[in-house]
Design a protein around this ligand. Structure first.
Ligand code: AKG
Ligand code: FE2
Length: 292
């Protein structure tokens, strides 16, 4: 099965008919990347000044924006620039929301927005720790934001002004990856979730599910032999294209590319068309116990 499914959508605002919408939603849930080659996020003439790593603060790799509070962070921009950059990211957050509402109408209000991110640095050749190295295939799991089984659905737009693609690799299926690594994962130490929350290392309680997902993320990234040998499909997302994917299920790596906007959404497992495809239910099947 090829991991990419193409949707010929050219507008952020056009609802799909109910049958193609349900089909697209199921493809996403089953682990495909939904690629919209004709859907571009347009920057205004004056916004194109933001296409530079200079707007990052310190060693941050992305500017972040919270659509619930309109707060922008990790940027060197001040005064009017800061307001304009926040407005651009806010518009992306809103369009991403409309896109999901149109492609996955079934999710409705169960979908809640997470952070918006703007990534103006070149992905290849960045020095990071192995665990933070997104050029290694992985599923997403957030160390400081436990999600207790909720799905992570993300919308990405390549806004590169020089026509450069964002190059990804898609790895093996979640089921295969989990069968391989889950048996090696030690149980969460008793009291550790309580302590992490108490020390404000996590925002909320790290569930058994979060523990396993983090360990799967780390174990896959740190296994050099696995990274070398695992079957990957390389895909280039062209400039001015958009894609969406459940990144907690699809093994992915970002090899190269510069200038990306990304919006994260969270979805309760119960809101899915078929929750058997959730990492939560797949892992509960493997471990034969409740994880969240
Ligand atoms: O920056 C990208 O293209 C994707 C990086 C990644 O792995 C992620 O955002 O989860
Ligand atoms: Fe990722």
């Amino acid at each position: 099965m090829h991991p990419i499914s193409t949707l010929e959508l050219a507008q952020w605002d056009t609802p799909l008919e109910s049958t193609p919408a349900a089909e697209a939603t199921l493809e996403l849930e089953r682990g495909k990347v939904l690629f919209m080659p004709r859907l571009a996020f347009a920057l205004s003439q004056s916004e194109s000044r933001f296409l530079s790593p200079d707007w990052l603060e310190g060693s941050a790799k992305n500017v972040s924006f919270d659509p619930r509070t309109d707060k922008i962070a990790h940027t060197s921009a001040s005064a009017g620039d800061r307001v304009a950059l926040a407005a651009m990211m806010s518009r992306f957050a809103q369009q991403a929301r409309r896109l999901i509402t149109n492609v996955c109408p079934h999710y409705g209000d169960d979908l809640s927005p997470g952070l918006t991110s703007f990534r103006p640095v070149q992905t290849s050749g960045r020095m990071t720790s192995p665990k933070k190295d997104d050029t290694r295939v992985h599923i997403d799991a957030f160390a400081s934001r436990p999600n207790q089984g909720r799905r992570i659905l993300r919308v990405f737009s390549n806004v590169n002004p020089r026509g450069e693609p964002r190059i990804w690799e898609i790895g093996e299926t979640f089921d295969a990856m989990a069968d391989r690594f889950a048996p090696r994962i030690a149980r969460q130490a008793p009291g550790s979730a309580w302590l992490l929350e108490k020390l404000h290392i996590t925002k909320g309680r790290r569930s058994a599910y979060d523990h396993v997902m983090l360990r799967l993320h780390d174990t896959a990234k740190l296994d050099v032999g696995y990274q070398r040998a695992t079957v990957k499909t390389r895909f280039e997302f062209p400039a001015q294209s958009t894609w969406m994917v459940f990144t907690d299920r699809v093994m992915h790596a970002a090899l190269a590319g510069q200038f990306l906007l990304e919006q994260t959404f969270y979805l309760p497992v119960a809101a899915m068309l078929d929750e058997r495809y959730s990492p939560l239910r797949i892992l509960e099947d493997i471990y034969q116990r409740q994880l969240a």
